[in-house]
Design a protein around this ligand. Structure first.
Ligand SMILES: Cc1cc2nc3c(=O)[nH]c(=O)nc-3n(C[C@H](O)[C@H](O)[C@H](O)COP(=O)(O)OP(=O)(O)OC[C@H]3O[C@@H](n4cnc5c(N)ncnc54)[C@H](O)[C@@H]3O)c2cc1C
Ligand code: SF4
Length: 500
C-alpha cells in the first residue's frame, strides 16, 4: 500500500466522457483518458485490504461480487501509485488475457464490492485496469509470445467470442495447436459484432486477434460448424474440441403484429450496423437505419442500451425504451447490502445521450407490449402497451399483473427486441451428441464426468465477459483442453493424449 492516507486525501474521480451531444455524431469510443498523476492518485485510494473483497469473485445472492477472474487488484493499484507501470501490466496479465476488453466493457463487480465503498465511493478499479493495458500497448510492452515448445496435440475451438478466445489463448500457451472456427466473417463474437464500436473499438479487438495469430492460433472465419461443416468431421481431425458458441437464441415477443415490417431482434440491428461500418463506413447501406424514425427498444439491459446508442447515432426522431421490471432504487436497499452487486439505478451511456438530446431518460418501467399495429403496407406504426405490477402467485413466484386503465399507444417505425437470450443453438450440440439440461444448456458439471466427454463449467444465464474469461481461462489452464460456457457451452469432446 503506497499511501496509507490516500483514501482520505483523494476523492474518487474518473475522466469525463466525451459530451453526449458531440459523441452521437460519430462512432468513436466515448471514454477519455486520465493523466498519469490523476491515475496515481486514484491508485493511492486503495487501502490494500487484508481481505480484498474486490478480488474475491464470489457469487452472492446469485450475483457476482468481486472480480470473477481474481485480478490482483490491490497489487496493481499500488504499482500504479508508485509509477511501476510495467510491473502493474505483468500482474494484470497474470489473471486476465484481455484487460483491454474488460477495462472497457466489464460491469465491474470489483467496484461494487470494494471495501472503500462501505463508507466512501469505491476505488476506480476498472479505469485503472484500462489505463495499465492501454499504456502497455502504447509503450510496446505487449508483444506476441509464442509457446517455447509444441505438444503436437490439436484442439478445435468452435466460436470466437471472449470464451473461445480466452480458451484458445490458454491452450496455445500450453503448447497445443489451436484452430478457432467462427461462422461470422470476422473473429470476436459479441466483442466484434454485439458491443458497438463507441463502447469497444473494433481495432482494439482486432489488435488482440492479430497478436494471438502471431502466437500461433489459427483462425478460420465463415466456418459454420454443424451447418456446412459437419461437427463430426472435427472429431477425426482434432484431439479435442471445445464448444464456445455463445447463447444466440433471442427471446421473442409473440404478440399480435409481430410479423410486421420494422420489428427486429436487437442483434440483427447491431450486427448489421457494425458490419456495414467496418466494411464501408456505412456507405454500402447494408444495415437497418433508424434515421428520422420513432424507435422503440424493448428491454432495459446492456443490449437495449447498445440499441439506444446506435439509434441515436443514426439520428432517430424519438426513442422510447420499455422495461417490464421496476426502476431500481437510487441507493442500495437493506436486502442488497455490500459486498453484493449493487442493484441501483444508473444512467448508462445510451440513456445519457437520449437525455441530452430529448430531455429525459428514455426508459419506461413496469411496462410491456400488448400488440403491434401496422399501416396498409405492412409496416409497423404503433406499439400498444400497458403497465404491470408484480404480484406473487399461489406458488409464491412473482408474476406481472396488468394494471387496469394503463394502456398507451406509442408511435413506432422501428422496434428493436432486446429481451435477452434463451440459450445455445442446437445443431452443434446435437451433432456432437451433447446432452442438454432442462433449460437447453449443455448438461454440464465441474470436473470429469467419467464418460468419454468432459462436461464443462456452466455459468447459467450470465452476461459478463469476465465470467466467460474466468471459466475459459481457469479450465483451459488447469486442464488445457476444454472450456466453458457462460450461457452457452464450453464442452470438451475427447482428451486424446492431452495429458489431462
Ligand atoms: C449487445 C450486447 C452487449 C453486451 N455488452 C456487454 C458489456 O458491456 N459487458 C459485458 O461484460 N458483457 C456484455 N455482453 C455480454 C457478452 O458479450 C457475452 O456474455 C459474451 O460475449 C459471451 O461470450 P461467448 O464467447 O460465450 O459468446 P459469443 O460472444 O456470443 O461468441 C460466440 C461465437 O460463436 C460463434 N458461433 C456460434 N455457433 C457457431 C457454429 N456453429 N460454428 C462456428 N461459430 C459459431 C458465433 O458466431 C459467435 O461469434 C453484451 C451482450 C450483447 C448481446
Ligand atoms: S477492496 Fe477496494 S480498497 Fe480494498 S484492496 Fe480492493 S480496491 Fe483496494
Amino acid at each position: 500500500m503506497g499511501k496509507p492516507t490516500g483514501f482520505m486525501e483523494y476523492e474518487r474521480e474518473l475522466p469525463v466522457d466525451r459530451s453526449p451531444l458531440e459523441r452521437v455524431k460519430d462512432w468513436d469510443e466515448f471514454h477519455e483518458h486520465f493523466s498519469e498523476v490523476k491515475l496515481q492518485q486514484q491508485g493511492a485510494r486503495c487501502m490494500d485490504c487484508g481481505i480484498p473483497f474486490c478480488h474475491t469473485g464470489q457469487l452472492i445472492g446469485g450475483m457476482a461480487s468481486g472480480c470473477p477472474i481474481n485480478n490482483l487488484i490491490p497489487e496493481w493499484n499500488d504499482l500504479v501509485y508508485r509509477g511501476l507501470w510495467k510491473e502493474a501490466l505483468e500482474r494484470l496479465h497474470k489473471t486476465n488475457n484481455f484487460p483491454e476488453f474488460t477495462g472497457r466493457v466489464c460491469p465491474a463487480p470489483c467496484e461494487g464490492s470494494c471495501v472503500l465503498g462501505l463508507n466512501e465511493l469505491p476505488v476506480t478499479i476498472k479505469n485503472i485496469e484500462c489505463a495499465i493495458i492501454d499504456n502497455g500497448f502504447e509503450q510496446g510492452w505487449v508483444t506476441a509470445e509464442p509457446p517455447q515448445k509444441r505438444t503436437g496435440k490439436k484442439v478445435a475451438v468452435i466460436g470466437s467470442g471472449p470464451a473461445g478466445l480466452a480458451c484458445a489463448a490458454q491452450l496455445n500457451r500450453a503448447g497445443h495447436l489451436v484452430t478457432v472456427y467462427e461462422r461470422a466473417d470476422r473473429i470476436g463474437g459479441l466483442l466484434m459484432y454485439g458491443i458497438p464500436n463507441m463502447k469497444l473499438d473494433k481495432e482494439i479487438v482486432q489488435r488482440r486477434i492479430d497478436l494471438m495469430a502471431a502466437e500461433g492460433v489459427k483462425f478460420i472465419t465463415n466456418a459454420d460448424i454443424g451447418d456446412g461443416i459437419p461437427a463430426n468431421k472435427l472429431k477425426d481431425e482434432f484431439d479435442a474440441i471445445v464448444i464456445c458458441t455463445g447463447a444466440t437464441k433471442p427471446r421473442d415477443m409473440p404478440i399480435p403484429g409481430r410479423e410486421l415490417k420494422g420489428i427486429h431482434f436487437a442483434m440483427e440491428f447491431l450486427h448489421a450496423n457494425t458490419k456495414s461500418l467496418l466494411d464501408s463506413g456505412h456507405r454500402n447501406g447494408n444495415y437497418i437505419l433508424a434515421k428520422d424514425k420513432h424507435v422503440i427498444v424493448v428491454g432495459g439491459g446492456d443490449t437495449g442500451t447498445d440499441c439506444v446508442g446506435t439509434a441515436m447515432r443514426h439520428g432517430c426522431k424519438t426513442l422510447t425504451q420499455i422495461e417490464i421490471l421496476p426502476r431500481p432504487p437510487d441507493t442500495r436497499q437493506p436486502d442488497n447490502p455490500w459486498p453484493e452487486w449493487p442493484k441501483v439505478y444508473k444512467l448508462d451511456y445510451g440513456q445519457e445521450e437520449v437525455a441530452a438530446k430529448f430531455g429525459d431518460d428514455p426508459r419506461i418501467y413496469l411496462t410491456t407490449g400488448e400488440k403491434f399495429v401496422g399501416d396498409d403496407k405492412g409496416n409497423v406504426k404503433e406499439f400498444h402497451t400497458y403497465e404491470v405490477e408484480w404480484t406473487k402467485n399461489e406458488q409464491g413466484a412473482f408474476i406481472p399483473k396488468r394494471v387496469p386503465g394503463s394502456d398507451k399507444v406509442l408511435k413506432a417505425d422501428l422496434v428493436l427486441l432486446a429481451m435477452g437470450f434463451l440459450g445455445p443453438e442446437e445443431s452443434v450440440l446435437t451433432q456432437l451428441g451433447v446432452e442438454r439440461d432442462s433449460r437447453s444448456n449443455a448438461k454440464a458439471e465441474f470436473g470429469w464426468s467419467g464418460r468419454s466427454t468432459r462436461a464443462a463449467a456452466r455459468r447459467g444465464n450470465a452476461t459478463a465477459i469476465l465470467w466467460v474469461g474466468r471459466i475459459s481461462r481457469s479450465e483451459a489452464a488447469s486442464s488445457p483442453a476444454y472450456s466453458l460456457l457462460n450461457i452457452a457451452v464450453g464442452y470438451l469432446l475427447r482428451r486424446r493424449g492431452l495429458g489431462l
